[in-house]
Design a protein around this ligand. Structure first.
Ligand code: SF4
Length: 417
């Protein structure tokens, strides 16, 4: 007994030593995925990189912009007429192509990064930040925020752009999960908690009850924390699932639209554009029916660069505004791996600005559009902007951090949601 009490720091020191090593190993792994040198954090020489030009198989030239495909005379190539081999070559090359200069991220580490990581690990929590290889982890975790993913790490859908593991989870929801998450959020001192999940189409309630339990647990543990839930469409149980979540009274209800209707069948085969619209409209109606003191904000996210046009994105914005959606985010698609949908093109910061301006002209509370904007990026600021329209304009700008704290993405750790 006395040995333990007299030398309590001995064990702690071992633990302290172990923790940085584990986190150090994770950081090195992340840097490797980003193709950055773990020592210098500079982009690695691309000895093995396939240039887009060399990926061409018939003498045609493929420019580094990915979207621009030209033949030997410089005329645009019709993508529909490419051979299977050409498509595969382009697909492989696009994964290694240099990213445009405006895609810059803060490197992981610094600020509260280690503390956030320790709390996530200690509580065995899953975050979409990690599952989705989100490029904003350095910034968000450094500020002590994260987006938590409940109901496990396996999704019953298989969207072509998403990095989350797919399959049949085969486990029941963890009854301790809501409490564990509420404790972690309390410990981190998070003032606006964002909770999402994988799709659980095999569960009788599609996972809706776990969301409600999580909202209640967070509310009990941290009464002053606002709660945002980014939920699935509860396919086949839409009304009931939504009701279970809304009865728990989140501050923000979010359901991501992700893409334009034309691309749903190809890249989001189990999703349905009209169902997404229905969810967003019905959430707003329910919020009114339930007569909460403050209305629940509704929010959605779109991904650009997957083959849609700017005009199509603007049409979606019109649809969303007609359904009373308050907050919209729009960000650039980044390809997680060669198994995933290739990037169609990199939307420019100016085009994102244009989309944000157009959205704000339609009357949204906040439209946050930029290359690295994600649904949960600066979620608290998005909420505040929707409540105070004078902040909306400021938020519409892409995230801009001081240049010295940023690294060019190169081969980015890419993202899901
Ligand atoms: S943007 Fe969202 S998912 Fe990405 S690191 Fe930040 S909190 Fe996590």
């Amino acid at each position: 007994m006395s040995d333990v009490t007299e030398d309590p720091t001995g064990t702690d020191d071992v633990e302290r030593e172990r923790a940085p090593k584990t986190e150090g190993a994770r950081a090195v792994k992340l840097l490797e995925r980003m193709q950055l040198d773990p020592v210098t954090q500079e982009p690695r020489p691309r000895g093995h990189a396939i240039s887009l030009a060399s990926a061409s198989t018939d003498g045609s030239q493929l420019t580094p912009g990915i979207a621009e495909l030209t033949d030997a005379e410089g005329n645009p190539l019709d993508r529909g007429k490419l051979t299977r081999e050409q498509k595969q070559a382009i697909s492989a090359a696009s994964l290694r192509a240099p990213k445009p200069p405006w895609l810059k991220i803060k490197l992981p580490g610094g600020g509260r990064y280690a503390e956030t990581a320790a709390i996530v690990r200690e509580n065995n929590l899953v975050t979409i930040c990690e599952e989705g290889h989100c490029p904003n982890m350095g910034e968000c975790w450094g500020k002590g925020t994260a987006t938590f993913q409940i109901l496990g790490d396996t999704c019953t859908r298989a969207c072509r752009y998403c990095n989350v593991k797919t399959g049949i989870p085969g486990t029941e929801p963890d009854p301790l999960e809501p409490g564990k998450l509420a404790n972690a959020i309390h410990k981190m001192g998070i003032s606006h908690a964002v909770v999402t999940s994988v799709d659980r189409d095999e569960l009788p309630d599609r996972g809706a009850t776990q969301f409600a339990k999580t909202i209640h647990a967070i509310r009990r543990r941290s009464p002053g924390t606002s709660i945002e839930v980014l939920v699935p469409d509860f396919m086949g149980l839409e009304e009931e699932g939504l009701r279970i979540v809304m009865d728990a009274r989140p501050d923000v209800y979010a359901h991501n639209t992700e893409t334009v209707p034309r691309l749903y069948r190809r890249i989001r085969p189990k999703g349905d554009y009209q169902r997404a619209m229905w969810c967003l409209q019905r959430a707003k109606e329910m919020s009114r029916e339930l007569e909460f003191a403050e209305p629940v904000l509704t929010k959605t996210g779109l991904i650009a660069g997957m083959g849609e046009t700017i005009a199509e994105l603007k049409e979606v914005l019109v649809d969303l505004r007609e359904r009373g959606v308050d907050v919209v985010t729009i960000g650039q698609y980044l390809r997680p791996s060669e198994r995933h949908l290739p990037v169609d093109r990199y939307v420019t910061p100016e085009e994102f600005d244009d989309l944000a301006e157009y959205g704000m002209s339609l009357g949204f509370g906040s439209v946050f559009a930029g290359p690295l904007v994600r649904s949960s990026y600066k979620a608290e600021e998005q909420r505040r902007a929707a409540q105070d329209p004078t902040l909306g304009k400021m938020l519409s700008e892409p995230p801009r951090a001081p240049a010295e704290s940023l690294a060019t993405i190169g081969e980015v750790p890419e993202w899901k949601a």
